[in-house]
Design a protein around this ligand. Sequence first.
Ligand code: UT7
Length: 335
Amino acid sequence: MNKAKITGIGHYVPEKVVTNADLEKVMDTSNEWIVERTGIHERRFFNPETDTVANMSAKACRMALDRAGLQTSDVDFIVFATITPDYFFPGSGVLLQRELGLEGIGALDLRNACSGFIYGLSVADQFIKTGMYKTILVVGAEIQSSAMEMNTRGRGVSVIFGDGAGAVVLQAAEGNSTPGVLSTHLHADGRFAEELYIKDPGSSRRPEERLSQETIESASIRAHMNGNTVFKHAIQRFQEVIHEALDHNGLTKDEIDLLIPHQANLRISRYLQQQLEMPDDKVYNNIMRYGNTTAASIPIAMSEAWAEGRIREGTLLCVAAFGSGFTWASSLIRF
Ligand code: UT7
């Protein structure tokens, strides 16, 4: 059976930097509150004139392919994770495919929110293991800023999220001893679906309610989150799913060279680090600069960690995520 190896990692973030001071101008919040509760100093917001989920992800994919020494024509499948697609349908996978000039190859869309990238990695890993595809782009990309309510009513959510895209190239490598994805672990608990969600325009509403003035004013087209509940579940599930991955592979936490948690909140990452008794240099965080970019957060962090030399040949990387659904997931990857 083939093993799937990550041969390239790339990312793209929009140019526009939005600081906490910028948010203070449009809502009742403060730099102190945001930094203390989330660790975020700034985030990137897309430019509606130039940035789309599809073209941001194309930039991330081109960087990943360049770093892998590959051409776009080498790609034979796309797995695209986003909860903020450019259109209600079709999904952004086909738009990325068009941007890359890859007409004809399959493009699969996933909507698993913050866990979307790891779900996507898992799907791509299975396709490669079975020999169905040889070179897959796994993408996480989001434009969250246009879903946020940029006023005091929306401040509990809107100060956290940001925009960006990340991608990896996953390729078939012969043999079991080669580097590659060791395992992926996926979970969900739909009982908590409404703890972090955007309700409208949902299809189970009558047509006239889908995007009525009332719907818009009630903010049901904006992200809603019960932050405290999400936080409590996150810190428990992150730990569980990391231990599940370690146990599955007969490894210990001390053997992890780098942990990249989904960048949800710096307090969550720090708590996790403390529970796992890991030193600072083994945990990668960039939420300070980008906020929470949902499905894009792990591949953006992987791309930056790789560029900084923190992911090298031999590195044992652990990625883990928790978010809307609830969904949670982890993977151990040997480089
Ligand atoms: O990526 C998907 C997964 N998402 C997460 O993992 C997010 C998990 N949750 C969180 O990160 C945190 O719950 C938040 C950062 C969202 C909120 O932090 P918190 O420490 O849980 O604050 P809170 O919601 O308990 O709110 C505390 C106070 C409230 O005021 P009162 O009721 O104590 O008077 C809020 O109204 O802070 C107020 N508040 C704000 N104040 C200033 C809420 N948002 C803001 C704000 N600026 N932006």
